[in-house]
Design a protein around this ligand. Sequence first.
Ligand code: C5P
Length: 393
Amino acid sequence: MKIVVGITGGIAAYKAVSVVRAFVLAGHSVQVIATDAALRFVGKPTLEAISRNPVYTELYEGVAEVRHVALGQAADLIVVAPATANFLAQLAGGFAPDLLGNTILASRAPVVVAPAMHTEMWQNAATQTNVATLEARGVTIVGPAIGQLTGNDAGPGRMSEPDDIVAAALVVVVASGDLVGRRILVTAGGTREPLDPVRFIGNRSSGKQGVAIALAAAARGASVTLIGANLEVEVPATIAVTHVGTTAELAAAVAAAVPGADAVIMAAAVADYRPETVAAAKIKKELQGDTLKLTLVKNPDILHDVSATKTVGQVVIGFAAETETDPDALLALGRAKIARKGCDFLVVNSVGWTTGFATDGNEVRILNAAGDIVGEASGSKRAVANRILDVLL
Ligand code: C5P
């Protein structure tokens, strides 16, 4: 998500650094716009290093790229922390004397402000009227908290803690997301088929792409159910996960969850075969000799079965990870696969020893049922996830 963090001139500006840091660590792209007054309290180099982007202050810089409009248009969320009494008055009045004011007026993104000022200024009738005006316009006000102020005095006016501002801001985005009210089932990871109590046949899928889809869908407001097969990535507690091991367990979990889903996105790498028998005790080489013969039997094709039984309005998206490197041949494989599977969309990507699995980036093409390319994406797995969700929408 692209987040503009506006910083205005108050002592609490030093805490805005933690707000920026938390958004960056959560994987968002942050653009800081500081007022001149804010830069008297916190240094530009600090903000540039923490946000990993240049910090803009000047209205008359970057005019050729129409920066005063472009930043606001590109933003998914604008957070102003700290917001001074003067800034609240400016925003309530619709004034745009600086880059931050222009950016907010030129944006349709949700706006979250975290006021910070002395108690008398916060309780002043002018400030309270301005806050009421902003709330009526849909601006979210976080805080202020009650507590120790800059001097020895205490009372309402202290800026909310950075973590509280970040959490409140993300709730606002989720509530205004384009997937609100949609229930999305995502499978991620790779299934493992046991040979004996300690060994399995598996694949190198880490679950990163599937988890990125679950997180992106949740961030856009969807109610997400994640079925994770041997995930090697952590999933935040905000996502409900059912953990499975084998293809049979995945099939059962999917069958239970599909009826409640508007969309099923099957990113998990599924073992096509499983050992016919699972040894009750560890297989011993002393008893096997120089070769060990395994008989494998075919697993059910979950994607095929879900596609064959899907209800009207349900959208099913499958994945095709192929080692084919020639782009045209890869597409041909994808077209044959979507015809066989019967899903609505197929996300095609190339995998190999060093690409696709367990990496942080991905490059995909998305086919519809007719085999047409309806989307392409490359970059972070989160960016690819969002492109897939755009196609789904
Ligand atoms: O057939 P293949 O494994 O190449 O297809 C990949 C797609 O099919 C993925 O979406 C995967 O989740 C799904 N699949 C499945 N059941 C299988 C094999 C694959 O659902 N037995």
